[in-house]
Design a protein around this ligand. Structure first.
Ligand SMILES: C[S@@+](CC[C@H](N)C(=O)[O-])C[C@H]1O[C@@H](n2cnc3c(N)ncnc32)[C@H](O)[C@@H]1O
Length: 303
């Protein structure tokens, strides 16, 4: 981390400096400038600085666009806009439920490098809410599609899952989406995002501290035949893969306890339209509905 010393510089000047660095691609220095600004910023200024720290934590080609959206909201004239800008979502004039939760903000930043998407806070907040709601629901937790382990690591660390009398079963090929389950047009994204960018060993080691979190390598749905919980309280479905997600529902839906939650990560992303169509139809055939959220997630509460 760069070490910076400034005297007589206002928060506004520091943010201008940081924004220039961020747009120019120097994320590390931009982050150091924002962190310096945060130290002395009044409470009303803190949210926009946290948003910038989040943008400086993940390198994507969309960063300049996200900074410009943030600046456009700030110049809108609302004195309490509390702008929040993430990849695929911006909010303002909203109370951010994680804004004053220092532990949440700290953990979100600590694990941000595990996902190539900036400011995943709203999505993490929804997942964390579901995890906490399911604490006393009978059954285990499941994640289908783990990647580097970001969501489960964040939630399990936040709630102290090691002390819960439950097991969290994490399934992934650790090699991306299998060719025969790949949506047309997404083959290149699959290669660049997943193939060779992470490994089973790395994720297993990341959860080595937690004996009640099992990292399982295999392809869904076939791997579920080799071992899956008989009763499920919470299931996070995040494979960017409509056929595998539908096959998993066929296998596991009846095992979800009343009061349990299924959270679909990709449901309302327009880039995952095949999942939206397939899952909407699957639930409608049973007289049920998934609630689409502006985060892109889909939330289903089992009664
Ligand atoms: C969007 S990522 C998961 C992100 C993760 N939930 C997180 O919080 O960071 C999608 C993952 O699904 C996995 N995947 C896709 N199809 C699969 C299948 N049929 N069986 C197992 N894993 C699969 C990919 O390897 C990839 O790691």
């Amino acid at each position: 981390m760069a070490s910076l010393t400034f005297n007589d510089v206002t928060t506004a000047q520091l943010l201008m400096m940081g924004d220039g660095l961020l747009e120019g691609g120097d994320l590390q220095l931009a982050k150091a400038v924002y962190q310096r600004a945060l130290r002395e910023a009044p409470p009303a200024e803190r949210q926009r600085i946290h948003t910038r720290i989040g943008l400086a934590s993940v390198r994507t080609r969309r960063t300049p666009l996200l900074v410009n959206i943030l600046k456009a909201i700030e110049s809108s004239g609302f004195s309490n806009a509390d702008p929040f800008v993430a990849d695929g979502m911006a909010t303002w004039l909203k109370t951010l439920p994680f804004q004053d939760d220092h532990r949440f903000l700290e953990l979100a930043e600590k694990h941000s490098a595990l996902l190539p998407i900036a400011n995943w806070h709203w999505n993490l907040f929804v997942a964390l809410w579901a995890v906490r709601e399911c604490r006393n629901v009978p059954g285990d937790f499941v994640e289908l599609g783990v990647f580097k382990g970001h969501t489960t690591l964040f939630c399990s660390e936040y709630v102290g899952f090691s002390d819960w009398p439950k097991t969290w079963w994490l399934y992934d090929t650790f090699d991306g989406i299998p060719d025969d389950q790949q949506a047309k047009g997404w083959e290149n994204a699959n290669k660049s995002l997943y193939q060779g960018t992470f490994s089973y060993e790395e994720v297993r080691d990341r959860f080595a501290h937690a004996p009640n979190i099992k990292v399982i390598k295999g392809r869904v749905p076939e791997i579920l035949e080799e071992g899956a919980p008989g009763q499920i309280a919470f299931m996070h479905v995040d494979m960017n893969n409509a056929p595998a997600e539908i096959a998993a529902l066929e296998k596991l839906f009846d095992r979800v306890s009343p009061g349990g939650i299924i959270l679909f990560d990709d449901f309302c992303w327009s880039t995952a339209r095949a999942q939206y169509d397939a899952e909407t139809a699957w639930f409608a055939a049973r007289g049920l509905q998934i609630l689409g959220l502006p985060t892109g997630q889909g939330l289903f509460l089992k009664r």
